[in-house]
Design a protein around this ligand. Structure first.
Ligand SMILES: NC(=O)C1=CN([C@@H]2O[C@H](COP(=O)(O)OP(=O)(O)OC[C@H]3O[C@@H](n4cnc5c(N)ncnc54)[C@H](O)[C@@H]3O)[C@@H](O)[C@H]2O)[C@@H](O)CC1
Ligand SMILES: [K+]
Length: 216
């Protein structure tokens, strides 16, 4: 099985987008279509999306869209500064606003209580806080959010990488999400090889030419 670092995955994505011409939003929608099949539409009362403002969060918002279309009780929490949001995050954020998505930006202790009250064993959490773009130790309110998730009884699904885990080494940067299930996108990440939770790899439509161009 091919395993990659975060930088290699980013470069493979980049090649697919810039050299082969697959729009990044298409890769994001492919990622969502692959991951949504792992989310049971029965058996949970509440569907809790926790999204960062990068493309990992964009994936999570796309999943939230499908859950809303399925008439699921969906709560969307943003962990980050919307002014720093990525292009593809904004596309999915805008769609959710237009279909009446219930979105809360987590900025203070009161907001954290709104998250906490929805975390129980009848909830499933989709962790889209950070993926391969984690670039420093987790601190502040995001640290507290991850603590809340980990201390709940909710089932936790992580997009691409459990947020806080180093995609290359598996090291924990401050804190990390204890995911029950991780679906990693495109290729297996080196940092997930010894992960204690369940890890699945899903294709997102990246041609082999992009992989060969980067990995040789
Ligand atoms: N490139 C693409 O087209 C695709 C990317 N994909 C998704 O995109 C992810 C990578 O997206 P990004 O590169 O936007 O990065 P991430 O979404 O992983 O996170 C980056 C965001 O978090 C912030 N951040 C990083 N470390 C932080 C810290 N310690 N504290 C607070 N904020 C921090 C960054 O400033 C940035 O806003 C992948 O993990 C995957 O889920 C997939 O959608 C597949 C397609
Ligand atoms: K994640």
């Amino acid at each position: 099985m091919i395993t990659v670092t975060a930088e290699q995955m980013r470069n493979i994505d980049k090649y697919a987008i810039e050299k082969i011409g697959i729009p990044s939003i298409v890769l994001m929608e492919n990622a969502k279509n692959a991951m949504i099949n792992y989310i049971p539409l029965d058996g949970y009362e509440k569907y809790i999306i926790v999204a960062g403002v990068g493309n990992n969060g964009g994936d999570a918002l796309a999943m939230a869209r499908d859950l809303i279309l399925e008439e699921k009780e969906t709560y969307i929490y943003i962990a980050g500064n919307l002014e720093k949001a990525s292009k593809d995050f904004k596309i999915n954020y805008n769609i959710l606003k237009n279909i009446g998505g219930n979105i809360i930006v987590l900025e203070n202790k009161d907001d954290l209580l709104k998250l906490k009250e929805n975390l129980g064993e009848d909830s499933i959490v989709i962790d889209g806080i950070f993926g391969t773009g984690l670039n420093s130790g987790i601190r502040g309110i995001i640290f507290e959010i991850i603590d809340l998730l980990n201390s709940s009884n909710a089932f936790i699904f992580s997009i691409d990488i459990p947020s806080g885990l180093d995609a290359d080494t598996g090291a924990i940067h401050g804190t990390s999400v204890n995911a029950d299930l991780v679906v990693t996108l495109g290729l297996m990440k080196k940092g997930l090889l010894n992960y204690e939770g369940e890890v699945m790899v899903e294709k997102i439509g990246i041609p082999k030419q992009a992989v060969e161009a980067v990995l040789g």
